[in-house]
Write a new protein. Structure first.
Length: 181
């Protein structure tokens, strides 16, 4: 620590402090950093687990939504995790397919392409007889949220708590929402 005379008043940003106060701040910062590093390790483990399972559907969320909407199409599936009789795989590229007249459950890959998926869901939902239900992370600060979801979706449902994807043991490191177009 710098040479601080206990008898003098010192200031940081115009606020007085004593050497004892500085020690307390230092201890509080150390404690906070220790907690945050621990949280970061848990967060990183959760992200890695989620990235591996990001396109797997959460069975509980799907079943509840399917009972309400009766889905006919899953445009982001693989033969192993398809939730509907009609589905598109990566090879089929659901972004290039027509969804007209379908009731769609879309749980897109969570990454940079999510913008394209949200745009596709919004655009397809404007076709007659088409309903799209989108399960994505809550990201209200993104361009796609403001361009295609906010004030354009029929309904936005924020899911309380954090979902677990596939066989994941840890919850997702982000909250989720269901967007209904």
């Amino acid at each position: 620590m710098a040479n601080l005379d206990k008898s003098k008043n010192h200031s940081i940003f115009g606020r007085p402090f004593s050497r004892l106060g500085l020690v307390r701040v230092s201890q509080a910062l150390h404690s906070t950093l220790r907690k945050r590093c621990s949280s970061f390790r848990r967060f990183t483990a959760g992200v890695l687990a989620t990235l591996a399972l990001a396109t797997a559907d959460t069975a509980f969320a799907f079943d509840a939504l399917d009972a309400e909407f009766h889905f006919t199409l899953d445009p982001c599936a693989s033969p192993g995790n398809a939730k509907c009789g009609k589905f598109y795989t990566i090879a089929d590229n659901g972004l290039e397919q027509d969804w007209a007249g379908e009731t769609v459950f879309c749980n897109p890959p969570y990454g940079r392409a999510i913008y394209d998926w949200v745009f596709k869901c919004w655009r397809e939902s404007r076709k007659p007889g088409t309903t799209v239900v989108l399960l994505i992370p809550v990201r209200t600060d993104t361009r796609y949220f403001h361009e295609f979801i906010y004030r354009k979706a029929r309904e936005i449902r924020f899911i309380r708590g954090r979902l677990r994807f596939g066989d994941g043991t840890a919850p997702a490191p982000f909250p989720s929402m269901v967007v209904i177009f």
